[in-house]
Design a protein around this ligand. Structure first.
Ligand code: SF4
Length: 332
């Protein structure tokens, strides 16, 4: 399977590969500097987002030596908007290490590449394979997904070591760089996380998950634990067209936001039930009951005109409760 699958992938790549500014054209030797720069930029961001940054850097600092001599402030400014700024600082430290200790040439071996600042396992393997044609196994989320599907891995959330062992069976002795880039393209354009487009895939004949008929279920994930349910009470206290709002404590749920008072009644009043709303937070589901009352007088606190409640910037949970409060006042 392994040889046939990698041949099929390489044939597909030869025809369908994307033209990206850091990729060598047919017949060109890959430029390790451009490969490295693109791999660092593509950590944590998309090709579409990284592309103009790459083009700017490659124009302003066309070699690792030029980048090594750049002013840090200018590099940081050119990186602005790409996020994860530690990467930009490491980029410069790495460029200076390559220009200095390595005489302006990136090392070819994965282990040596890993010693450079900002270069982890995946990036070292990707550079070794793409820039130098080394037989290296670059495992990222795309490769993990493709491999889990190709081999229909039954382990839940398979470890990097499991994926690396299976991916290693596929990496050809020759053309490791094309293979690595082909896996990137396949994972980003065909074997995508939610809906693999198997009709366009060169690997259907080798893909066990495709044969099973439900490839999108791989990689298998642990079932999510059920969200705990909580209950609470909110209070709609109104006086002459104004409703009492509070600023929630800075720390905790919806910290610092305006809201209806909760948990403790804000006044002695004839509280009436006005139903409840359900709201789902990341870690729990909340059922919040609403009690409504007309205050005899306007006490301390922030009294907001009910007609302009839409301008208060209430978080969704309290906007839902406010809608209930508005129903109550119409019915009262
Ligand atoms: Fe992914 Fe489908 Fe190709 Fe299998 S056949 S590798 S699931 S796109």
């Amino acid at each position: 399977m392994a040889v046939d699958a990698s041949n099929a992938l390489l044939c597909w790549y030869a025809v369908d590969k994307r033209g990206l500014p850091w990729r060598a054209r047919d017949g060109e030797r890959p430029d390790p500097y451009r490969v490295w720069l693109s791999e660092i930029m593509l950590q944590q961001t998309t090709i579409a987002h990284a592309r103009p940054y790459f083009e700017t850097f490659a124009r302003r600092w066309p070699t690792v030596a030029a980048l090594a001599e750049a002013d840090e402030g200018e590099v940081m400014a050119a990186w602005a908007g790409l996020g994860y700024y530690a990467r930009a600082r490491n980029l410069l430290v790495c460029a200076r290490a390559v220009a200095g200790a390595h005489g302006g040439r990136f090392p070819e071996e994965e282990a040596k590449l890993r010693e450079l600042p900002g270069i982890g396992d995946y990036t070292a393997a990707a550079i070794a394979a793409i820039a130098f044609g080394r037989r290296a196994v670059a495992v990222d989320a795309n490769v993990g997904r493709i491999v889990a599907r190709l081999f229909a891995v039954k382990e839940i959330a398979p470890s990097r070591a499991v994926i690396a062992e299976l991916a290693g069976r596929l990496v050809p002795a020759e053309a490791a760089g094309d293979f690595t880039q082909a896996m990137m393209d396949l994972g980003q354009t065909v074997c995508t996380p939610r809906r693999p487009d198997c009709g366009r895939c060169p690997l259907t004949a080798h893909c066990v998950a495709f044969g099973e008929g439900e490839p999108g279920r791989y990689p298998l994930k642990a079932p999510r634990p059920a969200r705990p349910r909580r209950r609470g009470t909110a209070y709609w206290l109104e006086h002459q067209g104004h409703v009492l709002l509070v600023r929630r404590p800075r720390r905790g749920l919806l910290g610092g936001m305006l809201a209806l008072p909760t948990e403790v009644p804000p006044a002695d009043a004839a509280w009436a039930e006005a139903g409840a709303v359900d709201h789902v937070f990341t870690h729990f589901a909340l059922n919040m009951r609403l009690l409504c009352a007309e205050a005899k007088a306007r006490g301390d606190g922030l009294w907001w005109p009910v007609e302009r409640l839409g301008e208060a910037g209430l978080p969704t949970l309290f906007a839902k409760l406010a809608a209930r409060g508005a129903e109550w006042r119409r019915a009262a």
